[in-house]
Design a protein around this ligand. Structure first.
Ligand SMILES: Nc1ncnc2c1ncn2[C@@H]1O[C@H](COP(=O)(O)OP(=O)(O)OP(=O)(O)O)[C@@H](O)[C@H]1O
Ligand SMILES: [Mg+2]
Length: 207
């Protein structure tokens, strides 16, 4: 079982958006058992699940006990991939959970202030010994991500090659309880999630 944690203390970075889209897309691909764990008291992933007419991914609330207990249960139940949507807080629980990741994704806008706000998540993941990568989310479709911002990110950790742009499909699909790949399979948003998922699998499977 691979555990993929989507975390950043920066609010609104796209943790929930990427968690639900990646987990739904992973579950759609082949016969994989996929769980999405919502550890944020805001319950955004659970809200999305409540609007959904499909029984995958399995979405559960976590956060009241040590995450290792939840992960051990999911492993026994035969899950292949577990995604954890994290809260934008500095809680000890977050720090402890990061140690259980096969891969930590830190979504961020391509902006120095956003990157600065997220960088303690990067430090925690590194301290926990977990593999970590930035994902640029919410990039403008009108202008290229400035090289200087890309270089700033790259100097600290790996950066996913796939850039997720700001697109209406991400907003509309959530309110319908769908992923972008279900809502609009041939859209640019769907292609970005597909490319990101391929990258994430490669990174999570690598040693
Ligand atoms: N790529 C995108 N394109 C368009 N809108 C986006 C994109 N990513 C996120 N959003 C929107 O930005 C807002 C914040 O996204 P989201 O809730 O996923 O962030 P978050 O990191 O989970 O926030 P929080 O810290 O509050 O949990 C939401 O309204 C979401 O629909
Ligand atoms: Mg969220």
């Amino acid at each position: 079982m691979k555990t993929i944690i989507i975390s950043s203390r920066k609010g609104g970075a796209g943790k929930t958006t990427l968690s639900l889209n990646l987990s739904a897309h992973a579950a759609q691909q082949g016969k994989r058992r996929v769980a999405l764990l919502d550890s944020d008291p805001q319950g955004s992933s659970l809200f999305w699940a409540s609007l959904r007419d499909k029984d995958y991914p399995v979405v559960r609330k976590v956060g009241s006990r040590d995450i290792s207990l939840d992960l051990a249960e999911l492993e026994d139940e035969g899950y292949d991939f577990v995604f954890i949507d994290m809260p934008p807080t500095d809680k000890k629980w977050v720090k402890d959970a990061l140690a259980h990741a096969d891969l930590v994704l830190i979504p961020t806008k391509a902006s120095p202030l956003d990157i600065h706000s997220a960088s303690n998540t990067l430090e925690w993941a590194a301290e926990a010994g977990s593999k970590v990568t930035w994902v640029i989310n919410g990039a403008s479709v009108l202008s290229k991500t400035p090289d200087i911002v890309f270089d700033q990110l790259k100097a600290t950790a790996a950066v996913c090659r796939t850039i997720v742009h700001e697109r209406n499909d991400f907003v509309i699909s959530v309110g319908l309880g769908k992923s972008v790949n279900e809502f609009s399979p041939h859209s640019k948003a769907a292609a970005e999630i597909d490319a990101l998922w391929r990258e994430v699998q490669r990174l999570a499977n690598r040693g």
